[in-house]
Structure formats: C-alpha cells, structure tokens
Design a protein around this ligand. Sequence first.
Ligand SMILES: *[C@@H]1O[C@H](CO)[C@@H](O)[C@H](O)[C@H]1NC(C)=O
Ligand SMILES: *[C@@H]1O[C@H](CO)[C@@H](O)[C@H](O)[C@H]1NC(C)=O
Ligand SMILES: *[C@@H]1O[C@H](CO)[C@@H](O)[C@H](O)[C@H]1NC(C)=O
Ligand SMILES: *[C@@H]1O[C@H](CO)[C@@H](O)[C@H](O)[C@H]1NC(C)=O
Ligand SMILES: *[C@@H]1O[C@H](CO)[C@@H](O)[C@H](O)[C@H]1NC(C)=O
Ligand SMILES: *[C@@H]1O[C@H](CO)[C@@H](O)[C@H](O)[C@H]1NC(C)=O
Ligand SMILES: *[C@@H]1O[C@H](CO)[C@@H](O)[C@H](O)[C@H]1NC(C)=O
Ligand SMILES: *[C@@H]1O[C@H](CO)[C@@H](O)[C@H](O)[C@H]1NC(C)=O
Ligand SMILES: *[C@@H]1O[C@H](CO)[C@@H](O)[C@H](O)[C@H]1NC(C)=O
Ligand SMILES: *[C@@H]1O[C@H](CO)[C@@H](O)[C@H](O)[C@H]1NC(C)=O
Ligand SMILES: *[C@@H]1O[C@H](CO)[C@@H](O)[C@H](O)[C@H]1NC(C)=O
Length: 554
Amino acid sequence: MEPRLVAIFFVAFLFPTFVQSLVRHYNFNVVLKNSTKLCSTKSFVTVNGKFPGPTIYAREDDNVIVRVTNHVKHNVTIHWHGIKQLRTCWSDGPAYITQCPIQTGQSFVYNFTITGQRGTLLWHAHITWLRATMHGAIVILPKRDIPYPFPKPDKEKIIILGEWWKSDVEAVVNQATNSGLPPNISDAHTINGHPGSVPGCMSQGYTLHVERGKTYLLRIINAALNDELFFKIAGHKLTVVEADASYIKPFETDTIFLSPGQTTNVLLTTNQSVGKYLIATTPFMDAPIGFDNVTSIATLHYKGTQPDTKTILTNIPPLNATTLTKTFTDSLKSLNSKQYPTKVPLKIDQSLLFAITVGIDPCDTCTSGNKLVSAINNVTFLMPTISLLQAHYYNIKGVFTDDFPANPPLVFDYTGADQPDNLHTENGTRVYRLNFNSSVEIVLQGTAMIAPENHPFHLHGYNFFVVGQGLGNFDHDKDPLRFNLVDPVERNTLSVPNAGWIAIRFRADNPGVWFLHCHLEVHTTWGLKMAFIVDNGRGPNESKLPPPNDLPMC
Ligand SMILES: *[C@@H]1O[C@H](CO)[C@@H](O)[C@H](O)[C@H]1NC(C)=O
Ligand SMILES: *[C@@H]1O[C@H](CO)[C@@H](O)[C@H](O)[C@H]1NC(C)=O
Ligand SMILES: *[C@@H]1O[C@H](CO)[C@@H](O)[C@H](O)[C@H]1NC(C)=O
Ligand SMILES: *[C@@H]1O[C@H](CO)[C@@H](O)[C@H](O)[C@H]1NC(C)=O
Ligand SMILES: *[C@@H]1O[C@H](CO)[C@@H](O)[C@H](O)[C@H]1NC(C)=O
Ligand SMILES: *[C@@H]1O[C@H](CO)[C@@H](O)[C@H](O)[C@H]1NC(C)=O
Ligand SMILES: *[C@@H]1O[C@H](CO)[C@@H](O)[C@H](O)[C@H]1NC(C)=O
Ligand SMILES: *[C@@H]1O[C@H](CO)[C@@H](O)[C@H](O)[C@H]1NC(C)=O
Ligand SMILES: *[C@@H]1O[C@H](CO)[C@@H](O)[C@H](O)[C@H]1NC(C)=O
Ligand SMILES: *[C@@H]1O[C@H](CO)[C@@H](O)[C@H](O)[C@H]1NC(C)=O
Ligand SMILES: *[C@@H]1O[C@H](CO)[C@@H](O)[C@H](O)[C@H]1NC(C)=O
C-alpha cells in the first residue's frame, strides 16, 4: 500500500492552543509498466506502476518525506510543482538546477514542509520528458479545524489531464533534438489516464460516477506536456474556488482553462436530471504551428442512470478560442479575506523585462544543420552538467555566470510586423542574482519572432501575484497605472498571451536557486528557461538548510 502514514505530534509551545502537524511518509518506486492505449502497447516509466501516479495527501504545516528509488535505466528527479520549499531548495527537483539525477539503483529522500498553502498541486518528473508518464496529484488540506472558505463539498474527486504518445516519449524528444525540428505532437489527451476514442480506435474513456443532489470538489490538474487545455462538463456550471493552491473569489463558468502545470479546484453541483453527460478536454492553440485538434472525452455518470441512456453532449471551444482564455484568466482574483490577505509587494526593488523569442541557431550535429531555439532576453539557456545549487553552495567556479540580462539587449517593436531579421540567439548558463527579501517585478513580454505563441511560465520556490496583463508591447508609463494591487491572483504558473505580456510580482524571501521556465516542455527543451539565485538573509531562519546526506552527485 502506498501512503504509509506515520503520525508524530509536535506541540507548538508558542501557541496557546494545541497545534498538530504530521510527518507523512511515501515510497516512490520508479518502475516500468506496460499498457495498451489507443490500440497500441508500450512500456513506459511510472511511479509505483501507476498512471497517473499515486496521490500525496497532506495538511498545511505537515512535513512530507518521499523516498524515491530508481529501478529503471533512465535518470530521474521529481519536482513538487508549486510547493514553496521554504529553505529546502535541495528538495525542489529540477535536474541540474537543484540536484543531480537519481541514477539507476539510487534513492533520494525529498523532505519538505508545506507552509501557507492549501488546495491542489501536482508532482512530476523534472528531467527530459519523463513527466509525460510520471505525474500525480498533491492534495493539501487546510489546517485541522479550519474550514474551506466556501460551502463544504460532500465529496472530492481528482481529475488529471494528460497527453499520450503511442511512441516512446524519450524517442520523440531525442528525434526532435537530433533533427533540430519540432517534436511529434501527441496522439491523444487523457483524463485520469484514459484517452477517448480516436479514428480507428474506440475507447470508453474515463467515467466520473456521481450521485444527484450533491456538491463535488473537483481537483483538476493539467499534467500535459505541451498543450494548454479547456475542460467542460455538458449541462453543468462549475464554480471556481481555488487556483494553484491559493483561494480565489468564487465565480461560475461553464469552461475552465488550464496551462500545463496549473491546477484548479471547482465545485460541481449535480442538480441536473439523472443521466450521462459528456466531459470534454480540448486543446487551446492560437499559434499556427503544431496543429492538434484531438478532443478527449469522459462521462459524468449519475447513479441510477438507465443503461441505454444517451450521453448529453456539449459544444466544444474552437482551438483558437482566445477570448475564452482571456475571460477566464481575467475572472481570477485572489480571495483577499481577513484570514487569507493578499500580500502583494507595493514597492519594487528589482524591475525586470524578459522578452521571449523563438530563434534558429546553427547546429553541426543536427540533420538539418540548424535547430529551433528559444530565448529570454536573447539568452538560450544551456543546462550545466552539475547542479547550479551544488555549484552555488560549494562555490564551484565555471558552472554558471550571474550576468543574466535584466532587459532585452535589443529593443524593438516586440509584437509588431517589423521583426529582427537575425534569428540567432546567444547561449549560456546565466543566472540572475537577487538579495534576500527584495521585491521583484517581472514583465514577461511575448514577441512575434518566428511564431508568436502563448507561453505558460512557471516559477519555482514562490507564488507570484499577477498584477497586470495585456496585448501588444508593455507600456512602462501607462500600463502600471492599471495594475491590480488589491486582489491579484496568486499563482505559480501563468500564460504570457500570444503577442502580449504579463506583469508578476513576488518577494524573494526564500533563499536558493529557483528555475523560471516555460512549462511547455517543447520550449523548455529549446532553452526557454533561466534561474534566479536568491541569497541567504542574515536572520536565523533566512538561510538554506545544509544539503541532505543522500543528495545525488554527478
Ligand atoms: C513488458 O512487455 C515486455 C514485452 O512483452 C516484457 O518483456 C516485459 O517484461 C514487460 N514488462 C513489464 C513491467 O510487465
Ligand atoms: C527532514 O528535514 C528536517 C529539517 O532539516 C530534519 O529535521 C528531519 O530529520 C528530516 N527528516 C528526514 C526523514 O530526513
Ligand atoms: C514522428 O512522426 C513521424 C511522421 O509521422 C514518424 O515517421 C516518426 O516515426 C515519429 N517519431 C517517433 C519517435 O515516433
Ligand atoms: C445548478 O447549480 C448551479 C451552480 O453550480 C446553478 O448555477 C444552477 O442554477 C443550478 N440549476 C438548477 C436547475 O438548480
Ligand atoms: C480535426 O479533426 C477532424 C476530425 O477528426 C479532422 O477531420 C480534421 O482533418 C482535423 N483538422 C486538422 C486541421 O487537423
Ligand atoms: C479561428 O479559426 C477559425 C477556423 O480556422 C477561423 O475561421 C476564425 O477566424 C478564427 N478566429 C480567430 C479569432 O482567429
Ligand atoms: C541575439 O544574439 C545574436 C548573437 O549575438 C545576435 O546576432 C542577435 O542580433 C541578437 N538578437 C536580439 C533580438 O537581441
Ligand atoms: C553556443 O554558442 C556558440 C557561439 O555561437 C556556439 O559555437 C555553440 O555551438 C553554441 N552551443 C550550443 C550548445 O548551442
Ligand atoms: C521583508 O521586507 C518587508 C518589506 O520591507 C518587511 O516588512 C519584512 O519584515 C521583511 N522580511 C524579512 C524576513 O526581512
Ligand atoms: C525560526 O523557525 C523556528 C521553527 O520554525 C521558529 O520556532 C522560530 O520562531 C523562528 N525564528 C524566527 C526568528 O523567525
Ligand atoms: C545520468 O546522470 C549522470 C550524472 O549527471 C550522467 O553522467 C549520465 O550520463 C546520465 N545517464 C543517462 C542515461 O542520461
């Protein structure tokens, strides 16, 4: 049985009441599994032979201990996506950023405490493209005796959206790296591991069993690699109550939108006639490349439905439903209640403008002689061969430089028709250094170079506040006047709209090395990533903990 639950009680002497937190132990064995989907069988890498993988359950303030043991030939690491990892950057997981991989036959114990977060997050492999089949939910319950700030649901269900390739996923990315061209798109989307029917292969898809007259909390996770997704249920409204493990002001919608890495909790009230209702997941793609229109379906099945009942269908959003994504994103506001105040930094110490480009660089080893690359401020990030955190902590020279540019080296009309002709980028392992507790604003500016595209950016180690977003070029004078500094949504991942920008803020109060990257794996592979080093503070709890004894070495 997977979750071995060992309870240890701590008495917090500082508090008048008796506060309890638990230590939760999990064993993750990385093993191969064979499975048939889309009428095709393959062997793939999993945690504990499950797809999706096991769920981590914890309460806010609990200490989570996960022993990961690698029984496969691939190198592996696991990232606890959205967990803030206060002072425990060693347990964050991105390969060659905070740790070297766990190699065949090795184990590593991830050890972190969940602080100031509650809701749904996900864990996933963070090396090459293994997260395609190595991912699962993290359910963080509120502290004992603290209710949800919305009506208590009768039941909870986890819905994990994924992507499935009939081929070996590592072969897909290796083929793309060798050619320098875009990788093959997936063959289907999955809902809790089940693809719907595709031409030539019928499938039942996943069934979500419900009873009439109840309220369900659906914890929805986008664990896809490269696709932003819409999710809807025929005949039912969804009340959105939380995003990326932060409460939001509840609102009703019939379609939700999630980028890879994002999580959303919604309330579903089963107040329709007993019957079967279509659940649909479809991709959002407003850029003209990598066309993919596979809808994945599941069924909401009310208890007591007659066997021959027809499923009630729903219309699905078109691939290019940009307005829908904007309406959804604009509706997200943090709860900002007395209990959960929104602490957005008002005064900014570090102001950064990061321009996102796609380019083409020469490549001797590529069959085409060139390769597609992507860059932030014209820097295509090169992965180091030992971890940045190790190099930083032990002061090992020659691994990285701390001269990541704060602004684009070339100022141009980022979203206009007149783009630079020179599509080359620079490359390097460059990081940006931040003082402890400095307040940071980053404007992520999309550009129209080669392909204007939507880029879901993910920051490790922090949540950020989304104070503004817009289309076109960011205007330093006018746009800040419209910033929301009252109840901006707090997230760990957010899409930079196609040929537009987002402005995010965070306080750098967590020392360590923290990755910032596009969460479309294809773009991460192309170099759309960088890292921050946040220095230690001077206070007693303001330094990184020392590295664990079993930290994997390169
Ligand atoms: C998967 O299938 C292959 C080929 O049939 C077989 O050799 C292997 O043992 C199977 N692996 C697992 C984990 O079942
Ligand atoms: C987890 O980390 C804490 C803080 O460093 C330490 O006290 C504890 O012993 C660790 N637990 C395990 C199981 O390694
Ligand atoms: C990618 O797609 C092409 C064209 O369909 C196919 O020939 C190739 O085998 C695929 N590559 C992998 C790794 O599946
Ligand atoms: C069903 O519940 C939704 C809220 O999820 C509400 O908007 C709707 O009006 C209800 N419909 C009926 C028929 O009660
Ligand atoms: C979209 O899917 C439909 C139905 O499977 C198919 O007929 C059509 O060719 C697809 N369109 C594109 C652009 O792939
Ligand atoms: C979306 O795509 C459809 C079909 O390709 C096209 O007719 C429509 O103009 C597009 N809408 C937008 C807003 O680009
Ligand atoms: C990016 O760097 C390359 C190589 O130095 C240079 O040729 C190109 O003009 C730069 N492009 C931009 C947009 O800064
Ligand atoms: C990095 O850039 C240099 C100079 O343009 C080039 O020689 C080298 O091949 C590039 N490295 C990679 C991995 O692209
Ligand atoms: C961080 O800075 C804020 C704003 O200046 C201040 O209120 C807070 O006490 C500082 N925190 C630490 C740990 O220094
Ligand atoms: C440091 O952390 C410990 C344990 O979490 C806590 O008891 C203590 O109050 C903290 N000290 C300061 C100065 O914040
Ligand atoms: C696994 O990681 C080690 C350490 O970085 C590296 O030397 C080795 O080549 C990697 N093995 C594979 C199969 O990628």
